[in-house]
Write a protein that binds this ligand. Structure first.
Ligand code: HEC
Length: 109
């Protein structure tokens, strides 16, 4: 079942039409504390280190896109030393939950 959901999530990401993957936004909210220091996404968003990092906005981003990005960082398909280290510490479920959280309509978080 888990494999099936994963495959479905990949398909959705590929079609770029994803509304939701099987993530739990409430669970995701408890997993993003380590992302906020850099991404700091949310109402009143400001880049934490404007001179050092060009950090993409996560809030409101498509869930399928977020999961795909994290998996690509983990596998090394997408290169970023920082995000590779972080993505390597996440399970597929963590990624889905985090993506569900960040993809909520603005104002929901
Ligand atoms: C130390 C700073 C830092 C932390 C902590 C961090 N990120 Fe990142 N993140 C970055 C940077 C820098 C990039 C841009 C990397 C690149 O050039 O691809 C990035 C890129 C991303 C992207 C790709 C966004 C896009 O628009 O393509 C995602 C998704 C992402 N991070 C998710 C997360 C999540 C989820 C967490 C927490 C589990 C997290 N990041 C924690 C610095 C950070």
């Amino acid at each position: 079942m888990k494999k099936l959901i994963f495959a479905a999530a990949l398909l959705l990401a590929a079609s770029a039409q994803a509304q939701t993957v099987s993530g739990d936004a409430a669970a995701g909210k408890s997993k993003i504390f380590m992302c906020e220091g850099c991404h700091n996404a949310g109402p009143g968003y400001k880049t934490a280190f404007p001179d050092v990092y060009d950090v993409p906005m996560l809030n409101g981003q498509n869930a399928g896109y977020l999961v795909q990005a994290l998996q690509d960082y983990r596998s090394g398909v997408r290169r970023s030393q920082t995000m590779h280290a972080i993505a390597s510490s996440l399970t597929d479920k963590d990624m889905a939950d985090i993506a569900a959280y960040y993809s909520q309509p603005k104002g929901a978080n």
